[in-house]
Design a protein around this ligand. Structure first.
Ligand code: FBP
Length: 341
C-alpha cells in the first residue's frame, strides 16, 4: 500500500506534509516549502516563550506604541524578532511586513539565493490578552513578489490583494498549540507535540459549518455601531445566538472554523474604518476561512480578498465566518443601511 497522506493514521509532521503537498503549488521549486518550514520553527520558539510567559520577565508592556497606536507588549517584540530571524534561515524570503513595524523590511540575501517571496505577519494577535493567560496567535500571509527578484523589494510587493496570497495561516497558542494553514488547496491543522517538538497533522481538510449559532463582536461598542449593525445584533439575540468574544481574533476565528458562526469588527466612532488590519489580519484569515468554505466581507459588502491595500497598515471593517450566517448579516446591511460604508 503506497504511503499517501490520505490513507494513513501514522504521525505526519508539518514538514513531511508540506514536502508531500509541494506539487500543489504553481511554482513548486521547494522555496515555499522552505518558507513554511521557517514559519513552523518560529512558531515553536514563540510558543516556548508564550508558555512560560508567567515565569519570566516577558509579561507586560514594553511602553512603546506601534503604528496603529496599540501599546506594544514585550512578547509582541519578542515574537516579531523571532519571525524576522527565522524567515532568514532558508533565504527564500526577500522581505517582511509586520503589524509591529512602520515600514516593510528587506531581509539580507543569502549568497546563492534569489528570493521570490515576501511575508506579512501579525506576530502576536490578541496581545492585550497575554497578561491574563488568554489564547493569542500569530497570523501570516505569503505573497510572490511583483518586483524583479534580482533587485530590491518595493511596496507593491506587499500592497497586493488577498487573492494573490500563495499561502496563509495562523498559529494559535491556546490549550494546545496549533498551526493552521492553506496554500489554496484546502485547510489543514497541525498540533504541536511538545514531547517530540513537532507539529503533527491533527485536523485534516477542515470544513467550516455552513451556519452557526454563535456571533462574535465586542458588544460593548453596541451604541457606537451604525443602525444596521445594531439591528443585526438585535436579531442575533432574538434568535438566541450565543455571544462568544475572546478579544483575540485568531482564537475567535479558530472557534468559528469548527463550530460555525460569525465574527464582526464593524466601524465605530473610535475606528471609523474598523480596527483590524487588512494586510496582517483580515486578508490572511479570509484566505483560510474561504478555503474552509466560509465567507469574509467588509461592511461595505466587498469580498476581503478582492480589496486592494492602499497602505501597509490599512484598517478595514470585517464580517467573517459561516457562509449562510455572513449572507444573513449581509441581508441586514442591505435592509437597514442608511449610508454606504
Ligand atoms: P492586536 O493585533 O494588536 O492584538 O489587535 C487586534 C485585536 O486584539 C484582535 O485580535 C481582536 O479581535 C481585537 O483587536 C479586539 O479589539 P477590541 O478590544 O476593540 O474588541
Amino acid at each position: 500500500m503506497s504511503h499517501t497522506l490520505e490513507n494513513t493514521n501514522r504521525i505526519i509532521t508539518l514538514d513531511e506534509f508540506i514536502i508531500r503537498r509541494q506539487n500543489d503549488f504553481e511554482y513548486s521549486t521547494g522555496e515555499l516549502t522552505a518558507l513554511l518550514r521557517d514559519i513552523g520553527v518560529a512558531a515553536k520558539i514563540i510558543n516556548r516563550e508564550v508558555n512560560k510567559a508567567g515565569l519570566v520577565n516577558i509579561l507586560g508592556m514594553d511602553g512603546a506604541q506601534n503604528t496603529s497606536g496599540d501599546v506594544v507588549q514585550k512578547l509582541d517584540i519578542y515574537a516579531n524578532q523571532k519571525l524576522i530571524e527565522c524567515l532568514q534561515n532558508s533565504g527564500e524570503c526577500a522581505g517582511i511586513g509586520s503589524e509591529e513595524l512602520d515600514e516593510f523590511v528587506e531581509l539580507p540575501r543569502l549568497a546563492h539565493k534569489t528570493p521570490h517571496y515576501v511575508v506579512v505577519f501579525d506576530p502576536l494577535d490578541g496581545s492585550s490578552n497575554i497578561d491574563v493567560n488568554v489564547s493569542v496567535g500569530t497570523i501570516f500571509g505569503i505573497y510572490r513578489r511583483i518586483s524583479d527578484p534580482s533587485g530590491g523589494i518595493t511596496a507593491e510587493d506587499f500592497l497586493q490583494k488577498g487573492s494573490n496570497l500563495v499561502a496563509a495561516g495562523y498559529v494559535l497558542y491556546g490549550t494546545s498549540t496549533l498551526l493552521v494553514y492553506t496554500t489554496g488547496n484546502g485547510v489543514n491543522g497541525f498540533t504541536l507535540d511538545p514531547s517530540i517538538g513537532e507539529f503533527c497533522l491533527s485536523h485534516r481538510d477542515i470544513k467550516m459549518p455552513k451556519s452557526g449559532l454563535f456571533y462574535s463582536v465586542n458588544q460593548g461598542y453596541y451604541l457606537k455601531f451604525d443602525v444596521e449593525m445594531r439591528r443585526y445584533i438585535d436579531h442575533c439575540s432574538d434568535m438566541n445566538y450565543g455571544l462568544r468574544y475572546i478579544g483575540s481574533m485568531v482564537s475567535d476565528i479558530h472557534r468559528i472554523l469548527f463550530q460555525g458562526g460569525i465574527f464582526l469588527y464593524p466601524n465605530t466612532r473610535k475606528y471609523p474604518r474598523g480596527k483590524l488590519r487588512l494586510l496582517y489580519e483580515c486578508a490572511p484569515l479570509a484566505f483560510v476561512v474561504e478555503q474552509a468554505g466560509g465567507r469574509a466581507i467588509s461592511l461595505g459588502r466587498n469580498r476581503i480578498m478582492e480589496i486592494e491595500p492602499k497602505s501597509m497598515h490599512q484598517n478595514i471593517t470585517i464580517a467573517i465566518g459561516s457562509p449562510d450566517t455572513v449572507t444573513e448579516m449581509e441581508q441586514f446591511l442591505e435592509k437597514y443601511a442608511v449610508r454606504p460604508v
